[in-house]
Write a protein that binds this ligand. Structure first.
Ligand code: ZN
Length: 436
């Protein structure tokens, strides 16, 4: 290809269009295009149409060589020559640049991929294309909704995890707003995100899901909140509920922290400060005992000796470690013995926080042991949480839940993004040998 028109068309890469002119402005590249259609029939009567005149529309396309690009499409207006036909005139159309759209179809899809798959901020993508924030967001909604709603995205799932995340932090006018995430524990993709974290919210979500899909779910891993457990009924009453190991250990960690803060306050009369013995060892105590070396263990014991006169914090630490022990064995019978020992020990403890921990463990005994039958845990989905956080960060605090949901699902929902052919690598040429 060597003629100028052919070269320009190859660079444009839009089928059915020919380049009429290219103009360089300091801020953008302006490409005037026309469609190549010359013979057109009337859509109603079929009679060959007559070209009447042209109207010009401006639309943004993919940035070209680093510059925002404007396509100026000189649209042809056709007229039906059949006098008895109801149609008088019409303007040509193209799927590449739909009517009343500010950007081309391909630029919209790319904007959606940038914001969704790569979790880039809408404002950055908008600046690159040379359009407004809303134009990009509309493109993300238009292309993204189709990808997210595709039933093939999720497919049948046997193990799911339900977890809450804070969506909006509390301020003067509201409590923290929570959303819940449903995760496919086997494929490690986010199935959906819904508003709220109550039993009614979960029930509503399950009620709206495809009954066949719901019937196929066998295992649900949750944190230790009654709301999710209650929300599984009635539609998910058939599943095995697993108390997620990470959350079980977290309950024990929180119990330990609570005791430490109380004892700190009682012995020193203030909240933890840098130099306080218990405050200094708070992280050592939360680490697993097997991860502490001799020096670490010694530091921890010294801190306890100095700041824990009645061995209450030590009791909390021992309880936390016994909870962790339940997960060190792969044997279900052994786990049952270990768990029952923790529950019995906690029940008679002098420390109120430890008794309360024992109560929680007793209420979730079946679900805690179910881990040893199913192996289901939200643990391997940590990577997904990172993805969700990335979306949250780049959104600078979402106001609208529907936008948040869409972007989380585009980023972590297992979208099958249209494949892009890989070009061959360009290698550096070896420098020529020089012989003196
Ligand atoms: Zn006609």
């Amino acid at each position: 290809m060597s003629d100028a028109t052919g070269l320009a068309e190859a660079m444009l890469g839009l089928e059915g269009f020919t380049v009429v002119a290219v103009r360089e402005d300091p801020s953008e590249l302006v490409i005037s295009v026309e469609s190549t259609a010359v013979v057109v029939g009337c859509g109603v009567c079929g009679v060959r149409a007559q070209a009447q005149d042209r109207v010009t529309i401006d639309v943004r396309d993919l940035a070209c060589f680093g510059r925002p690009t404007r396509l100026v499409w000189r649209k042809r207006r056709w007229r039906c020559r059949e006098e008895r036909c109801a149609v008088k005139t019409w303007t040509e159309e193209s799927p590449a640049a739909l009517a009343r759209q500010l950007i081309t179809w391909r630029a919209g899809l790319e904007a959606c991929r940038q914001v969704g798959e790569l979790a880039r901020p809408v404002s950055t993508v908008a600046a690159e294309l040379g359009v407004s924030w809303w134009t990009v967001m509309h493109a993300v909604i238009e292309h993204g909704t189709r990808l997210v709603d595709d039933p093939a995205r999720v497919g049948p799932v046997t193990q799911i995890g339900v977890d809450e995340t804070s969506f909006l932090a509390a301020n003067r006018d509201r409590h923290t707003v929570y959303v819940s995430t449903i995760v496919d524990l086997e494929r490690h993709v986010v199935v959906d995100v819904f508003d709220g974290n109550s039993a009614a919210d979960l029930r509503k979500w399950v009620g709206r899901a495809d009954p066949n899909w719901v019937a196929g779910v066998e295992v649900v891993a949750t944190d230790l909140t009654e709301s999710y457990r209650a929300g599984l009924k009635p539609d998910l009453a058939h599943v095995t509920v697993v108390a997620d190991p990470f959350h079980v250990v977290r309950v024990a960690n929180r119990c330990l922290d609570k005791i430490r803060r109380r004892v700190q306050n009682e012995t020193l009369g203030h909240r933890g400060r840098k130099a306080d013995p218990l405050f200094k060892i708070r992280k050592l105590m939360l680490a697993g005992a097997e991860r502490l070396d001799e020096k670490g263990t010694e530091r921890m014991l010294l801190g306890l000796r100095a700041g824990d006169p009645d061995d209450e914090v030590l009791g909390g630490w021992l309880a936390k470690e016994s909870v962790r022990d339940v997960y060190l064995t792969g044997d279900r019978a052994e786990a049952e013995v270990l768990l029952d020992k923790v529950i019995a020990g906690c029940a008679v403890d002098e420390v109120a926080e430890i008794r309360s921990l024992g109560g929680t463990l007793a209420r979730w005994r079946t679900e805690i042991l179910a881990y040893h039958d199913t192996g289901a845990s939200n643990g391997p989905t940590e990577g997904l949480n990172l993805g969700v956080k990335k979306v949250k960060r780049c959104g600078h605090g979402f106001r609208r839940f529907d936008h948040y949901r869409l972007r989380v699902l585009l980023h972590t929902g297992g979208i099958d993004w249209p494949a892009r052919p890989r070009p061959p690598h360009i290698r550096t040429r070896r420098p020529p040998h020089s012989f003196a």
